[in-house]
Design a binder for this molecule. Sequence first.
Ligand code: CA
Ligand code: CA
Ligand code: CA
Ligand code: CA
Length: 339
Amino acid sequence: MNKKTSKRPAQGRFKLWFMTAALLMTVSLAADARGIAASGSFFSFGLQDQLLSSCTPQHKRADFNGDCKTDVSVFIQNNPGFWSYYTSPSPNTNRVSFQFGQSGDIATPGDYNGDGTTDAAVFRPGVGTWYIATNTVGGFYGVSFGQSGDIPVARDYDGDGTTDFAVFRPSNGYWYILNSSNSSVSYVQFGQSGDRVVPDDYDNDGKANIAVFRPSNTTWYIRRPDGSFDSISFGLTSDWPVQADYDGDSKSDVAVFRPSTGYWYVRRPDGTLYGGPHGQSGDRPVPGDYDGDGKADFAVQRPDGGTWYILNSSTGIVTTFSPVDLGFPIPGGYLTPLY
Ligand SMILES: [Ca+2]
Ligand SMILES: [Ca+2]
Ligand SMILES: [Ca+2]
Ligand SMILES: [Ca+2]
């Protein structure tokens, strides 16, 4: 496994452009950006630009209002698509919803401008294009990075506090990262086809580690900054990786959700494990820090009715939300795409 860094795009196709919905009306790129344009009406407005908090990026999954609490949020994959999030545990009265994305897009939430709040973003896999919302009233920009067949793995790899566009290419096992700090492209071979991508900050150096879970041998491979890597045997072939910081030490923890039973298993640093039942077969795991205590909470979205079950780490109490929006759960956009 080797690493190369270059000022030049790895694949020679990288471009940036910026436009607003107003511009889009007069630009012929409308077809490519279909589903992004703000041609429809909005359900509501009022994104609250709250002051930034001191929580670390691991704890800011799907935190659209910047209060250091993960927000119940969904991507409704229609044409056009909609994003909706809820800023407090009274979900249907604290709802923000706006048009963004389209059917077939992959939700890639992240903080792409480094302001401490999560931005709506999608990767359009057929064309290798990313779209990032700049507000809830139709503003966005697009970035071409990657190609058809790539898996988006957006994280902050260079540690500047801003999410980096990045893809994993199963066909050659390479990771391609567009570093937000200097716009250089890093590419690293790590993993192979069939691996599940599990990037996160496992060592608390402020930079996401490149990492994969290999179902065939149930081993996690976590790349260290010096290019060496840790191998950790954990989980079953059929388990879903749910890496997050469950114990609050600011290091992401190796963890799995067992879809057949609804059990969660988290690996402690000493190699022992803990966990328990939360959810049931068919549920989608959506870990995040919903109560804002610095520890990720076990949480699931039940696809049938769209109900969320959140086991608050601060109290041990399960909170149940039934938002009016049914769709892909945004906190799941930080995990390997399995549902
Ligand atoms: Ca929040
Ligand atoms: Ca970055
Ligand atoms: Ca941890
Ligand atoms: Ca928590």
